[in-house]
Design a binder for this molecule. Sequence first.
Ligand code: ATP
Length: 278
Amino acid sequence: MIRIEQLQKSYGSVQALAGIDLKVGRGELFAFLGPNGAGKTTTIRILTGLTRIGGGRVFIGGHDIVADPLAAKRQCGLVPQHVNLDSELSVLENLDIHGRLFGMPPGKRRARSAELLHYVEMADRAGHPVKQLSGGLKRRLMIARSLMHEPNILFLDEPTVGLDPAIRRRIWALIKRVQQDGATVFLTTHYIEEAEFLAGRVAFLDRGRIVALDRPQALMDGLGAWAVDRIDGETMATRCFATREEATAYSAAQDCGFTLRRVNLEDAFLNLTGKKVS
Ligand code: ATP
């Protein structure tokens, strides 16, 4: 559904994307994981037609985004990083306007809005002004809005940033459901647990380059199963071990604070790039 060949983008002297190659198949839930400034938003903006491509080629559902931008865009639903709902309008009106922009006839807009409000469990909020909604409800409405025109691919840029853990889990369940219902999902995040929990495959993005790409478990496999964070004053150093026994023995020998835990994607990212994701 998504094919990216040598994608590049610079803003003046800042190179945001340094040549990315990637294929995402139909029905995949794919995550771009990287720290601030890695190039995640730039990638999503190019893929959804909001930012002009700098170099290379991108195909969305088989359509070249430069040669056939409208057909490519028609395939895409986008949930941007920042809330961009019309806060003066109601929940239903926000959905309706989006349907109009995609040329949906009134009957279809009504039916699809009702279906989606039910889908995101907001049927009782249809007439509410958006400005009165909580952050979590706004996110759910943005997901509903992005699905109005029945896109094949849903792009989500940092979908749970700023939300508390319980609400984050609700959004995760919704994103999983969108995938289970047949859409391809491409999301960016700098939350380790989000990528681990949701994604079938993850790409680590660092300074505009993909430095690793695989299933979350495969990215962690080489490291072992257990990690010890050794905390000495202001500094923290992490070591990974194959077994809990080895990790426990190492911890017992330390004369400073430590945390024993399972290895996670952050360890894999740190191992490859020398820096933390978040
Ligand atoms: P974040 O998690 O902070 O959103 P990101 O991984 O999404 O980060 P981008 O927003 O794509 O990263 O930014 C990649 C690089 O391009 C950064 O160095 C950023 O400062 C720069 N950049 C992004 N947009 C612009 C712009 N419109 N003008 C100039 N530089 C930009």
